[in-house]
Design a protein around this ligand. Structure first.
Ligand SMILES: Nc1ncnc2c1ncn2[C@@H]1O[C@H](COP(=O)(O)OP(=O)(O)OP(=O)(O)O)[C@@H](O)[C@H]1O
Ligand SMILES: [Mg+2]
Length: 445
């Protein structure tokens, strides 16, 4: 196998192994390959065999990704690397005429992606050659839906030889794209310069026609409803659609539902460590644990806090955690108010009744709330209160660990408190589900 292919595979094997905290010695013991051989495979000095890739897949829980990657590298890259005609051309686009019919629209994967092994395994089981697969990843703002979808999409590329389409169905400010706009972009990528049909139905039909007989991955990021997604679904067996949404898209009845929760403490600590740097996190392991706890294990919050520390190299990690403990709203001010900016469209999309329930219920003390307690606090009948609570669950503003029981993420509680404060200051209209004004929160610590 070409040296470059060996190096690419070796690099990916090492990244997966270290990501999972497995030493070379442990990998050697688990796979029964010698440590020296594995080390040479990782540096690219030796070629990996499919058997070695499969063994490493098993022990690292990679769900066949390494083996698929090795096969992909051999099929796609090796012939080009070994062909003198392609010698001067960059890998990946070697000598091919630009083929706009094979889109590759995935954005860059997070280089420091951590954990999520169970979700990745679940996704690995999805591709099926004889049917279209739709998977809806749901979860609260900032929980890592897009990061997971893009990370998995990159590692599953070998399953989709006809390429990938990616569209953001709603902007961070809540602007929503109509399905016909998304189809226009997809059709443009598949058939550049061809005329665009006028109606949504015609565009959707042409999209399905163009994907017929192809195995393509379609990532629909930040969907707001099942209705928005439905016209964007291909019908060709072998295609896979990954949808991310803060909403539970229960209307997509045939979809595999993958609800995504926050990170585990170990994963969140690893994420903080990659951003802050090992020199500091190894000095203060307890402070890292406290830091990620203050962030409620929410990846977006962990990244914000860790980025703040990375930008302040002289600070102790514990000095930030202390301030976070003292000031429950400090995290909401970090990164120019990235957290409230992420939460706001979800709150604003609620019915008046659910928005009112959110402001009043979310800040209540205690880990769990029952529907009956909520009804009492809200002064509403049981059924009415439960309908509001379920709307909050569908919008990922509440979780329901069991029927009739609810809990709220600590950062959403803090956000709800700020809404109430602003309501009391007259900055939020009580009767409207929309905020009247969104004054910039002070960014300074
Ligand atoms: N597993 C992970 N490893 C490393 N970083 C992660 C991981 N998950 C999420 N992040 C980081 O956390 C932040 C939020 O993640 P992401 O944007 O994927 O969340 P989201 O659920 O898609 O949020 P939204 O609902 O706002 O679209 C990003 O900065 C991302 O890089
Ligand atoms: Mg996202």
């Amino acid at each position: 196998m070409g040296v470059i292919v060996n190096q690419v595979f070796g690099h990916e094997l090492r990244r997966l192994r270290t990501q999972q905290g497995v030493s070379l010695k442990a990998l050697s013991e688990m796979t029964h390959y010698s440590k020296g051989y594995l080390s040479r495979v990782e540096t690219g000095a030796r070629a990996a065999t499919p058997e070695l890739a499969a063994r490493c897949d098993d022990v690292l829980g990679a769900g066949g990704a390494l083996r698929a990657r090795l096969a992909e590298l051999r099929v796609v890259i090796e012939p080009r690397v070994n062909d003198p005609r392609f010698a001067d051309l960059p890998l990946g686009r070697a000598g091919e005429p630009p083929d706009h019919g094979r889109p590759a629209q995935l954005p860059m994967a997070e280089p420091d992606f951590v954990g999520r092994l169970e979700a990745l395994r679940e996704l690995d089981r999805l591709p099926a050659p004889h049917r279209v697969t739709v998977c809806a990843i749901s979860g609260m703002a900032g929980t890592g839906k897009t990061a997971l979808a893009v990370h998995w999409a990159h590692r599953a590329r070998a399953h989709f030889p006809d390429g990938s389409l990616f569209a953001e169905l709603a902007g961070p400010d809540g602007t929503v794209l109509a399905p016909s706009q998304v189809l226009a972009a997809f059709l443009g990528a598949l058939r550049p310069a061809a005329p665009l049909p006028a109606t949504l139905a015609e565009r959707a039909a042409l999209f399905r026609t163009l994907l017929d007989g192809r195995r393509m991955l379609v990532v629909l990021d930040h969907a707001v409803s099942a209705e928005q997604v439905r016209p964007l679904l291909p019908a060709a067996p072998g295609c896979l659609v990954l949808v991310t949404s803060r909403q539970r898209l229960t209307g997509l009845t045939a979809a595999h539902q993958l609800p995504l929760s926050t990170l585990t403490p170990a994963e969140a600590g690893e994420l903080a460590g990659t951003v802050i740097g090992p020199a500091r996190t190894e000095l203060e392991p307890y402070a890292v644990r406290e830091l990620v706890e203050c962030c409620g294990l929410l990846p977006l919050a962990v990244r914000l806090a860790a980025t703040q520390l990375a930008a302040r190299p002289s600070w102790l990690i514990s000095s930030l955690t202390e301030r976070l403990r003292q000031d429950g709203e400090l995290l909401l001010r970090l990164g120019g108010g990235a957290l409230p900016n992420a939460f706001r469209p979800d709150y604003q999309g609620l019915s008046r009744s659910a928005a009112d329930a959110f402001r009043r219920i979310a800040p209540l003390p205690g880990p769990l709330l029952s529907a009956a307690q909520a009804a009492e606090v809200l002064g509403r009948g049981g059924a009415e209160a439960e309908a509001a609570l379920e709307e909050l669950v569908d919008a990922s503003l509440l979780e329901t660990p069991a029927p009739g029981l609810y809990r709220c993420h600590p950062l959403l509680r803090a956000y709800a408190r700020t809404l109430t404060q602003r309501l009391e200051c007259g900055l939020l209209a009580a009767e409207s589900r929309y905020e009247l004004a969104a004054p910039a929160l002070p960014v300074a610590l």
